[in-house]
Design a protein around this ligand. Structure first.
Ligand SMILES: [Zn+2]
Length: 123
């Protein structure tokens, strides 16, 4: 189980999208996509901090070009997603009548509600 990774800068609440790695023997700071695992001499950074990073004196900064991808979903999200996919792939089974107005977890956000069908508005 993982928790969402935060920017390692003091007091920064944003989610980390990049990893800063110090390559000491080359005096280079590398700002790259978020690393899968935290390692020594690496620091997770949010996008603003990754963009605004400046190297210490005498150091080079190698910065990942392009957009920083948001980190992959947490394990919890993946489990929920896998469950939703299984649910969608499951053959339609007769539902007990009390499910027609059951809790939201058994009702798709759009689509069928009882015998009514929600049609998204067209623009
Ligand atoms: Zn930050």
């Amino acid at each position: 189980m993982r928790s969402p990774r935060r920017c390692s800068r003091n007091g920064c609440p944003r989610q980390a999208v990049a990893t800063l790695t110090y390559v000491y023997n080359e005096s280079t700071a590398v700002v790259g996509p978020l690393a899968a695992f935290a390692e020594p001499h690496t620091y997770d950074l949010c996008e603003p901090h990754a963009r605004s990073l400046t190297a210490p004196r005498g150091w080079d900064v190698v910065r990942h070009e392009g957009e920083f991808e948001p980190p992959p979903p947490t394990t919890d999200d993946l489990v929920a997603l896998a469950g939703a996919v299984r649910e969608a792939a499951r053959p339609v089974a007769p539902r007990p009548p009390e499910d027609d107005h059951g809790p939201a977890t058994t009702t798709p956000p759009t689509g069928r509600r009882g015998h009514l069908r929600v049609i998204p508005p067209t623009h």
